[in-house]
Design a protein around this ligand. Structure first.
Ligand SMILES: C[S@@+](CC[C@H](N)C(=O)[O-])C[C@H]1O[C@@H](n2cnc3c(N)ncnc32)[C@H](O)[C@@H]1O
Length: 355
């Protein structure tokens, strides 16, 4: 089969420039040649490392959060427990080990993984062997019932639209052919769905990003949570308030990579606009954002790290200290990553958030 570069080049030759969102969707999820459909992206041998792959402590803390969320919903006998974009299944595995400490909560879980990549779904099945797991390709396919949902680094992978400001007007940013590869170009007039105060005084060349797929998903989660009781936890890198600026990035082998080069070979992501997600999720109530470092500390990660360090020798102790630093320090993941909770409006503050 031809490369994804060749397929996209042919598409542009025949139909003209493609929107950034279309380029990103093809690069990540082309059925055979997309990044997530054809590669093993995680860990030291892959392209990037996510929080659950850094340390079991991350999933343990989120597992504790899920237990309290279940209690906040009245400890129902059946809970639809959902993870969106579960990667290798590591986070779910660590959460389930923690939740097993509360038998009635574990017994209530009907576990659903929402995963768009068949390859990664197979990987999740290996990690979670012995657990009764259901898969769905889309959030809308989940069954009814009280729900607790977790999404770590899912929203950054959803395709974004980019807009560029030129001589007082906003244009859709497109991808065109320009030897020897692809290049950005301004497309038709198109005003981004962002606050006027941000758009009207923008300088020439300013970039605005929106994530329609992220807003649609947040709206579906919010509508469900407001209808049937539920809580959702979204963890990702991004900004608490909508802002202008270009954040689209490609990463390969733990290094930044030119975003338009060799689509399908590198991870393509953009920072998450948490304000836009919270607005889209109304009438669900949004809590936060808080930084990942603050959130994990409020849930007790430092105590957990001390216990794990005590139980092992000096090598384990040094490893745990290193993992803790990566998860909570400001110059690591602690500040860049934010946590947003969405909850039924009648519920009090979820763990890790203040009223
Ligand atoms: C960056 S990985 C994060 C994996 C995992 N949550 C972790 O923290 O290690 C993104 C995950 O989301 C999945 N994904 C991306 N877009 C998706 C979509 N639209 N629907 C469902 N899963 C999606 C990917 O296949 C992958 O499993």
């Amino acid at each position: 089969m031809a490369s994804l570069t060749a397929l996209l080049a042919e598409r542009i030759r025949l139909g003209g420039p493609v929107a950034v969102a279309d380029f990103m969707a093809e690069a990540l999820f082309h059925p055979e040649l997309g990044y997530y459909t054809s590669r093993e992206p995680f860990g030291a041998q892959g392209d990037f490392t996510t929080a659950p792959e850094i340390s079991q402590m991350f999933g343990e803390m989120i597992g504790l959060w899920a237990i309290v969320a279940w209690q906040m919903l009245g400890s129902p006998e059946r809970l639809v427990f959902v993870e969106l974009g579960p990667g290798r299944g590591t986070l779910m595995s660590d959460m389930l080990r923690t939740i097993a400490n509360v038998g009635a909560c574990r017994a209530a879980l009907e576990i659903w993984l929402v995963e768009a990549s068949p390859r990664l779904a197979a990987r999740q099945a290996q990690t979670l062997v012995g657990h009764d797991i259901h898969w769905a390709e889309r959030f809308d396919d989940l069954p009814d019932g009280p729900m607790v949902l977790v999404a770590n680094e899912l929203f950054d992978a959803l395709p974004i639209r980019q807009h560029v400001h030129h001589q007082g007007r906003w244009h859709e940013r497109m991808v065109n052919l320009e030897a020897p590869g692809f290049a950005f170009t301004a497309g038709p007039h198109s005003r981004p769905d962002l606050p006027d105060a941000l758009l009207d005084d923008a300088p020439d060349g300013a970039i605005a990003e929106t994530c329609p797929a992220g807003r649609t998903l947040a709206a579906a989660i919010g509508a469900r949570i407001a209808r049937q009781p539920g809580l959702a936890l979204v963890i990702d890198y991004g900004h608490p308030r909508s802002a202008l600026g270009e954040t689209l990035q490609a990463v390969s082998r733990h290094r930044f990579h030119p975003v338009l080069e060799a689509p399908g070979s590198a991870d393509l992501t953009a920072h998450v606009d948490f304000e836009a997600l919270a607005q889209a999720a109304m009438p669900a109530r949004a809590w936060g954002t808080v930084t990942q470092g603050e959130f994990l500390k409020r849930l007790g990660i430092e105590t957990r790290a001390a216990l794990l360090a005590q139980a092992g020798g000096p090598k384990v102790s040094a490893d745990i200290a290193g993992q803790l630093r990566r998860l909570i320090d400001s110059d690591e993941m602690g500040t860049l990553f934010k946590v947003l909770a969405l909850a039924h409006p009648a519920l009090p503050a979820p763990p890790g958030f203040v009223g």
